[in-house]
Design a protein around this ligand. Structure first.
Ligand code: ADP
Length: 227
């Protein structure tokens, strides 16, 4: 039996799904895809899909289940053909998407083992994190920083990326109204989604994501090592 695993990262905006994913890519050699990044690259590339979803993304609303599943399916068909484990960051996030994903697994990736990772963090922490989040303007980099000096993500040079020296900018959907919408949407879907994962008998691991990124990665490795 294959030991290939797909990890589904679930959690509110700002929980640290992206940061944890990149640590897994850099240090464990896994692959990852973030559906938020896929959406943003359509917008930046001014594709037909990008034009359709621009407003939803900026206002923090969800893109349709079928559109987002098509993006994931395209990514999987290109990237999930070898033996590596990989992460889907931010997908599925509704029961409708989970149903489409289950079908995709059955049809094309029936060898994959699924592990769901749920990152828990309070709304007030999300608001603090996203209210101070900036990211590298360079599309090929997009590293994430914080404007709070006490944060481990505070850049070494003011408003410049540590990796490529580009300017740091605020993501449009990190403005307070869009953050409120994203949080509302997350809470609206979370319970039904987790119940559905239970029903599918997916292995679900929940852990506290209020800690710093190094501690989170260490805990994550301990947890998945035991699965
Ligand atoms: P967040 O931390 O809010 O989840 P992401 O970068 O993952 O940020 O997503 C940004 C936006 O992209 C979301 O607010 C939504 O508009 C869209 N998006 C990303 N993933 C999905 C998904 N699985 N279903 C629907 N829309 C999505």
């Amino acid at each position: 039996m294959s030991t290939r695993t797909v990890y589904l990262f679930v959690g509110p905006p700002g929980a640290g799904k992206g940061s944890l994913s990149w640590q897994c890519v850099d240090q464990l050699g896994w692959k990852q895809v973030s559906t938020g990044d896929l959406c943003r690259s359509h917008i930046q590339g001014k594709t037909e899909i990008g034009k359709k979803i621009d407003f939803a993304i900026k206002s923090g609303k969800l893109v349709s289940d079928s559109l987002i599943t098509d993006m994931v399916s395209d990514w999987l068909n290109v990237n999930a053909q070898d033996e590596s484990s990989f992460i889907l960051d931010g997908y599925p996030r509704t029961v409708g998407q989970a149903e489409l994903f289950k079908k995709l697994l059955q049809d094309s990736f029936s060898d994959l083992r699924v592990v769901v990772i749920v990152l828990k963090v309070s709304d007030s922490q999300v608001i603090t994190r996203l209210g101070s989040r900036v990211l590298c303007k360079n599309k090929g980099c997009q590293a994430v920083y914080s404007t709070r000096p006490e944060s481990p993500y505070f850049p070494k040079q003011e408003n410049l990326c540590d990796r490529c020296d580009s300017e740091l900018i605020i993501r449009h959907d990190d403005l307070p109204e869009a953050v409120a919408e994203r949080l509302k949407s997350y809470h609206h879907h979370e319970k039904a989604l987790l119940d559905y994962f239970d029903y599918l008998k997916f292995n679900v691991i929940t852990f506290d994501a209020s800690c710093n990124p190094e501690v989170m990665f260490k805990r994550f490795k301990e947890l998945v090592g035991n699965v």
